[in-house]
Design a protein around this ligand. Sequence first.
Ligand code: ADP
Ligand code: ASP
Ligand code: MG
Length: 409
Amino acid sequence: MALIVQKYGGTSVGSVERIQNVARRIAAFKAQGNDVVVVVSAMSGETNRLVALAEALQETPDPREMDVVLATGEQVTIGLLAMALQNIGVPAKSYTGWQVAVKTDSAHTKARIESIDDAAMRADLQAGKVVIVAGFQGIDARGDITTLGRGGSDTSAVALAAALKADECQIYTDVDGVYTTDPRVVPEARRLERITFEEMLELASLGSKVLQIRAVEFAGKYHVRLRVLSSLEEGGEGTLITFEEDGNMERAAVAGIAFDKNQARINVRGVPDKPGIAYQILGAVADANIEVDMIIQNIGAEGTTDFSFTVPRGDYRKALKILEDVQHNIGASEVNSDAGVVKVSIVGLGMRSHVGVASTMFRTLAEENINIQMISTSEIKVSVLIDEKYTELATRVLHTVFGLDKPQA
Ligand code: ADP
Ligand code: ASP
Ligand code: MG
């Protein structure tokens, strides 16, 4: 008998019929003799609706109250799913994050899980019940409700699997696994049977929203066996995230392509070229808790330098405001910005043993007349910042040139 944690995302519980479908799947699993802990998201669209309500009242909603509002979405689905299970004769009990308790730090809207109390869940499992836990939420040391950041139910599921030492954590979603790139953007994308943990971590951090990055980090830290599957189709194997270095020297250079539209570029031009400039610019931005991603500095004309960097799109107006003061202090000639950009990244462990991967990427984009604004690389990824309108074209041509359209060897 196995202990399985299953997570069902927003689309999978998006209507009463879908919730009944999920209940039937859980019942079948239970009937095979498994213990099941289920994590659910809010019904699709619900979290966006709640965000919009809060933002209608406050431009930057009070974080504590925002979490009080956001956590309601998941509370609805746990109750409904428990009812759907009871209707088909499966004893089930729902828990909010604080009832479990999933304890987090106090960073409202992006809290991190610190510990999980498994006593009540274990007692229910022992009594033959299906345990249903609200994803995306927890409670801090003050007793306040917290949420884990968008897509955070994935992290709730993996953290519960780690706490319960589950045999497998299954992430059920609206696609049947992890693909070479987002199948909604590139129809030629193919499902991967397996993907290494390192590659999945890069893809998640570079914008593939199929798994929240913290969920992948948790899986790595606690060696949780993690699988992504479809809640809408029957019987597929999905994609397994593997931890073993498989020693496959023949592997393709690129395993997958991610893109991230949550980017805006800021340029500070004509800055006197002297020590401390990067600190004066980026220090001020960091002090405002704005994350800086890609950075480049170029030698400009007559002893000046041009400095560009990217920030999350939602923060770029705030960053520009901060830079108004900085511009004056450092004597920069101009500050401008572009929020219509996307970061496209190729990811693969195979890059370690293939040469010329980056130049193939740059040539392929040049042939399509796509201008590269910024580049950043690591051992297993190359990212470029380009005009957002080329997202689909760039992803498609890169998918083809790196052999991802063809079935895996
Ligand atoms: P859920 O609501 O179940 O959490 P999400 O919308 O968060 O689902 O994540 C699933 C979506 O992730 C898919 O519908 C797909 O469009 C997108 N996606 C992005 N990149 C990939 C990828 N490489 N493989 C599979 N899906 C991806
Ligand atoms: N409901 C939350 C969101 O939409 C959490 C999740 O679905 O994982 O971001
Ligand atoms: Mg998700």
